[in-house]
Design a protein around this ligand. Sequence first.
Ligand SMILES: N[C@@H](CCC(=O)N[C@@H](CS)C(=O)NCC(=O)O)C(=O)O
Length: 212
Amino acid sequence: MTSLQIVGRRSSHFTRIARLFAEELGVSYEIAPIYDMTAQDAAIYANNPALKLPILRVGDDVVFGTENICRALADRAQKSTAVVWPEQLRSNVSRNAQELVWHCMNSQVQIVFGTVVCKLPGDNLYFDKARLGFAGALAWLDAHVSEALHALPAARQLSLFEASLFCMIEHLHFRKTLPVEQYSNLEAFRQSYATRLSAQRTAYEFDVPPGG
Ligand SMILES: N[C@@H](CCC(=O)N[C@@H](CS)C(=O)NCC(=O)O)C(=O)O
């Protein structure tokens, strides 16, 4: 069988969703770390022209985007797992919740890449507005997480919503851009999801380059 590579970073929340799916689905993979997110050569990003990570490499084939990668992993899984995908979310609250999780993840990238990696001034309106929208989305998720979880099919083993929510909240503990402790419902969800083996096997860490 062709080996699978997740090209990404162990410190990245998008990469962690893909890793978590691979673990849950029992799909073997290896991580090919991208050490430098400032690299501007698409070859570093497994030829993703958007210069974004993660990318799934399967032989000569590549898959761009976390959700696509999760679907490709599910296609290759040997065992059957009941997965809930975003198009199966039926209520507005579940759909809004998924949208806001993606929003939070993108805001985190914007703030970390802008202020930490590129050292841009964090007090610029560009980041002020990002933090405000991020905090607003977190407060909304905290108020609606219980309803959104109850709206998921009870027989599921895995859902992109829960995996992305978990990776997003945990990343706020790892890369502290905004306070997260006050969102008690999100914290309770995080603690419960953290008991999964897949969560424990994919803990955030910084990849260290060979000899680095
Ligand atoms: N839509 C992409 C977003 C991925 C993304 O934003 N990844 C971050 C790392 S967590 C990244 O590539 N950051 C580098 C940059 O924004 O230049 C996906 O679903 O995979």
